[in-house]
Every structure is written in C-alpha cells, then in structure tokens.
Design a protein around this ligand. Sequence first.
Ligand SMILES: NC(=O)c1ccc[n+]([C@@H]2O[C@H](COP(=O)([O-])OP(=O)(O)OC[C@H]3O[C@@H](n4cnc5c(N)ncnc54)[C@H](O)[C@@H]3O)[C@@H](O)[C@H]2O)c1
Length: 353
Amino acid sequence: MGKWKVLITGSSGLIGSEAVEYFDRQGHDVVGIDNNMRRVFFGAPGDTAWNLERLRKVTSQFEHRDLDIRDRAGLFALFKEIRFDAILHCAAQPSHDKAREIPLVDFEVNALGTVNILEALRQFCPEARMVFLSTNKVYGDSPNEKPLKELPKRYDYADPNDFDGIDEECRIDRTTHSVFGASKVAADVMAQEYGRYFGLNVGVFRGGCLTGPNHSGVQLHGFLSFLVKVAMAGGTYTVFGYKGKQVRDNIHSLDVVRAAEHFFNNPRPGEVYNIGGGRENSISILEAFEEIERRTGKKVHWEYRDEPRIGDHICYISDLGKLKDHFPGWRVSTSLQSIIAALIEAEEQRGKA
Ligand SMILES: NC(=O)c1ccc[n+]([C@@H]2O[C@H](COP(=O)([O-])OP(=O)(O)OC[C@H]3O[C@@H](n4cnc5c(N)ncnc54)[C@H](O)[C@@H]3O)[C@@H](O)[C@H]2O)c1
C-alpha cells in the first residue's frame, strides 16, 4: 500500500500517541479519536491534553476528533466521511482496579466501544486492516498456575519449558480476570470473530506491560511510568502483595506500533498474539526499585500491603514466539535499560517544565 488513511483510537494515550507520530512521520493521513476519558477515569494526573498538544506540534498530517467510541452514530458518521485503510484501536478503560468501581462504564467502553469500531469497519471499509489492543489480563490468573520458584528478588518459572513465558495457548476462561479483564475478553473474542467469522483483517494483540515516556502514568495504570514518577518526586510507592517479587515484561510503545504495522502489511484474520518485552525486558518491582536507585542516586520509598490485587499475575512474561514467527522482521528493539532511562529523562524534563 502507498499512502494510507489511518485511524488511531485513544490517540492521546500511550500507544495511540506513539502510533500517531509514527504513521504521520511515514507520510500517511492520520485521524485520531480521543475524548480524554483517561482524565475522567484517573483525575488530573491521567489528563492526556498535554500529549494532544505535543502531537499537534510534532505532526504534519494529524487530525484530532474529540469523539467517544461509545458514540456509535458519531463513529459511523466518521467512517462514512473517511474510508480508512488501517485502524489501530487503543481507546480503553485500561485499569484492572478502576473497573471494579465502574463496571458498567468499563464494559461500555471496552466491550461495546470495540464492537462499535468492528462494526464500523465491517460496514464502511471491510478491506481495511485493524489491530485491537487486548491485554494479558484476558488469561485471568491462569498464568499463576505455572509452577514458580522464589528467588531473592523475583519469582520465576520453575519448569524450564516455561522459560520463554506464556503463549497464546493459555486458557482464557474458568479463571478470575477482574472486571477489566472480563470486559477485554468480550472485546478480544468479538475482534477474533470479526476476523474468523466475517473474514475481516482483524488481529488481536494481548499486551504485557506497555510503556514509554508518553504515558500519563497513574497508580491504577502504567506500572513502570508511575513507579519512576513516584520515585523521582520522592513519594511513596505502594506494593500490593507477592513481596514485590512479581514480574512484568515491559515493551516500549514504539515496538508495539511497529508490530501493528507488520500486521497491517501482512494481515491474518482473527489471529491472536501475545506482545510484551519478553524475558529480556522482564523485571520485578524490587529489581525496578534497585535499577531506579542506581540510575538516579535517589532512594525509592515504598510501603507494603500484604494483599495482592485480585486476578494479578505473580510472574508474567510474554512468549513472543508466534509474533516473531508470523512477522520475522519484527523484534523488541528497545531494551529495558533504555526504557527506564527514557522514563527517568522524561520525568526530569517534566520537572523542569
Ligand atoms: N499500558 C499497558 O500496560 C497496557 C497493557 C496491556 C494492554 N493495554 C491496552 O492497550 C491499549 C492502549 O493502552 P494505553 O496504555 O495506551 O492506555 P491510555 O489510557 O494511555 O490510552 C487510552 C486512551 O483512550 C482514551 N479513551 C478512553 N476511553 C475513551 C472513549 N470512550 N472514547 C475515546 N477515547 C477514549 C483515553 O483518554 C486515553 O487517552 C488499551 O486497550 C489497553 O487496555 C495496555
């Protein structure tokens, strides 16, 4: 394909904003949808207006629409107006913990909002390619059934066969997801159905920890970015359960966007991929504290609550085998060290601003 018309939903958020910049840089026409609902979910620290302002400055073809993905009529009008070639659907209520307070809104945004996009795709641009950002929370707590070993600073898989992490065969039902995980399951399965049943070019990416300097990190969402933010501000970080030895794999937002581009170029209808930083970019909370202290010279203050979040993973590493197999040109290009350095630098810049 030559010049694309690209739709990014959640375009002021972490992944969405990275995608806007990326596709704009390539000369495509980019339309972004975002109603700054992250501020509604998380208050002022979640406000993404600064990121929209930044995007307006650094892009040349980007057009922003203040549209709610729950507004089906508004969405359909947009799809009638513009025939999109590629869609990256990132708009979401993204927090595990927030969803318990607002289960109806969570479901309306995550599940129904996604079906609205899928249906708009089917009705108005069925040849377009689409990637839906799902989550590893669709596996609920079933990854915790893997035998684990406890090391001084982290948990790890006890069985050498699990070394590469959790693959897409992991079951998604008969497990506790949290309300957020369940609304994402609904969206994830519907997205698969639009690929498999309707034959549309829809792929599903189940994210581990997606991160990068453009995250409006808050306690309820954005693990590393929030941790760095608290550490740099001299605040106190709260660890929930598992002794701080819980492991997450972290991937830079740019690597997620590049994977979506690979899918757009070679779509496989209804396929599901785990995407995260993989083993090399995995880190426990205790290890993250150490790394931040080493880099900043500042002691991280933290407190411990001996109650894990419901449905939380003890050790989650994304097995990237399928993604790499289907898209051999893709790889994790940003190391964990570089990610942490970039987060620290972004906080320093914000502190100066
Ligand atoms: N960040 C992570 O660690 C992570 C991990 C796994 C999966 N994901 C998934 O990746 C996707 C992107 O995550 P992110 O980290 O960029 O989230 P984000 O919160 O930074 O961005 C989402 C954006 O969507 C917007 N939005 C929310 N509801 C909306 C609505 N109804 N209409 C229009 N816009 C709306 C928000 O204002 C926000 O700017 C989400 O689907 C999320 O569930 C994220």
